[in-house]
Design a protein around this ligand. Structure first.
Ligand code: FES
Ligand SMILES: [Fe+2]
Length: 455
């Protein structure tokens, strides 16, 4: 009897379920997004997309953004409104209001509001009482801006409103931008983490699940991370035969993301300075729900036009269509399964970060610093265009023909190439897009022949 017991003990030695205590402490500072929460106030200092233009017709729509109940509408003159959901009279929901020529009218007692939240009319009241209400009461409203099928809003203090940031990728030549949205049932930060975690493409999107993008993603390659003002860049450099494939994933704080193409690039074909196949913001709906609003970019320097189908943006976003049976999700998990599976809010204390998570660590540290600065009264960083060019972005694919060296450490070589490529790009900030394309392309060709020259 004793011997059997001893044998069991030996066989199960090392099983440590009972000994590993899991934390339940949420990193509130980074993850909570409601009004007056530290991250919530930080995020409120930026413009975010909040709705797709195509989904807004003559009826108002109830939405939630940054854990605030809102109503979005377009009045009959075409003005956009984004207002607090509840009417300041007696709290009826304005989702049941009527869009008028100059705003929205509450269904319950007919108070009439302009898109800026001012009260236009208080029907059924003596003139004096109505005037007093117009002077004293306002409906909460936020500024909006519509661009290429996305509706953006700014939800912070109006005295701190930043310029609407115009990135170079808003206007790439010969690129068709298709707006889409991708819902996630979890906190915003764990969705954002994925973009500065390029190594997951080799596993989630290739070797573990199935080949969800091009076949070349299965190679792990070299990972280098770069911090620059509001930018955090992860460059994944892979060896593909005689080629070197550089793929840059990009975050511009707090939540703007870009990366290379999902289907065009596989490292087999030379590409000089390909650009991002999506331009995307990770927008918190509440602490446990997120929607990515984005454009899928189709064209020569993005993803191919053949993916410009109803499912195309979904495949570019996560390698699988969104709406599929649970069984399929288990067999072929994609980003949504990886992120939601962590739970509604990832507990950072239970993670064990490693070298490939440097981007994640850098980004969280930057966000925390910005949040703390704001709490101490310092406005967070903003990107701004130069006088001559829009804000530069760096996400994309480049494939150079650089043959394998027989001597030396291959990963160090890939890292060196990645550093040189980033420097080439940084050096042309502030120049027009056409100038950037021609200078970067020339420099890349120069660099390529330099590496191929016999010593
Ligand atoms: S509750 Fe809106 S007008 Fe009365
Ligand atoms: Fe992914």
């Amino acid at each position: 009897m004793n011997n059997i017991h001893e044998e069991i003990k030996i066989n199960f030695m090392g099983f440590s379920g009972h000994g590993i205590a899991l934390s339940k402490d949420v990193d509130d500072e980074l993850t909570r997004v409601g009004p007056e929460s530290p991250a919530g106030e930080y995020l409120r200092r930026y413009w975010h997309p909040v709705f797709l233009s195509k989904d807004l017709d003559e009826q108002p729509v109830a939405i939630k953004i940054l854990d605030e109940e809102l109503v979005i509408f377009r009045d009959k003159s075409g003005n956009l409104g984004l207002v607090h959901k509840h009417c300041p009279h007696r709290q009826a929901s304005l989702e049941f209001g009527m869009c008028t020529d100059s705003g929205i009218q509450c269904c319950y007692h007919g108070w009439h509001f302009a898109a800026d939240g001012s009260i236009l009319d208080v029907p059924g009241q003596p003139e004096k009482a109505a005037d007093m209400i117009k002077q004293r009461v306002r409906l909460g409203a936020y500024p909006t801006h519509e661009h290429k099928g996305l509706i953006f809003a700014y939800m912070g203090p109006i005295e701190s409103i930043p310029e609407f940031p115009v990135y170079d990728s808003f206007d790439f030549e010969n690129m068709e931008m298709v707006p889409y949205k991708a819902p996630f049932g979890c906190n915003w930060l764990q969705v954002l983490d994925a973009i500065v975690d390029p190594i997951h493409t080799a596993f989630l999107h290739s070797n573990v699940s199935r080949v969800q993008f091009s076949a070349g993603f299965g190679e792990v390659g070299q990972m280098d991370f770069f911090e620059r003002k509001s930018w955090i860049l992860g460059c994944n450099t892979r060896r593909v035969g005689d080629n070197v494939w550089l793929r840059i994933n990009e975050v511009i704080l707090p939540n703007f993301t870009q990366a290379g193409s999902a289907f065009t690039a596989d490292g087999t074909k030379e590409i000089f300075y390909g650009r991002s196949s999506f331009t995307r913001w990770v927008v918190p709906i509440d602490d446990e729900t997120t929607i990515c609003y984005a454009w899928a970019n189709f064209g020569e320097r993005g993803d191919p036009q053949e993916y410009n189908t109803p499912e195309g943006p979904e495949l570019i976003e996560q390698g699988e269509v969104f709406d599929r049976p649970y069984e399929q999700k288990q067999k072929f998990p994609a980003d949504v399964e990886a992120c939601e599976g962590m739970g509604p809010i990832t507990i950072h204390n239970n993670e064990n970060l490693t070298t490939s998570d440097i981007g994640v660590a850098l980004m969280r540290r930057q966000i925390r610093e910005q949040i703390r600065d704001l709490s101490a009264g310092k406005e967070p960083m903003h990107v701004s265009p130069s006088d001559t060019a829009p804000i530069p972005t760096y996400g994309g694919d480049t494939v150079l023909n650089i043959s394998r060296k027989t001597e030396g450490d291959e990963l160090s070589l890939l890292s060196k190439i990645a550093h040189e490529f980033i420097e080439i790009q940084f050096a042309v900030d502030g120049k027009s897009e056409n100038k950037r394309i021609s200078i970067v392309t020339d420099k890349l060709k120069e660099m390529q022949s330099g590496y191929n020259c016999p010593e």
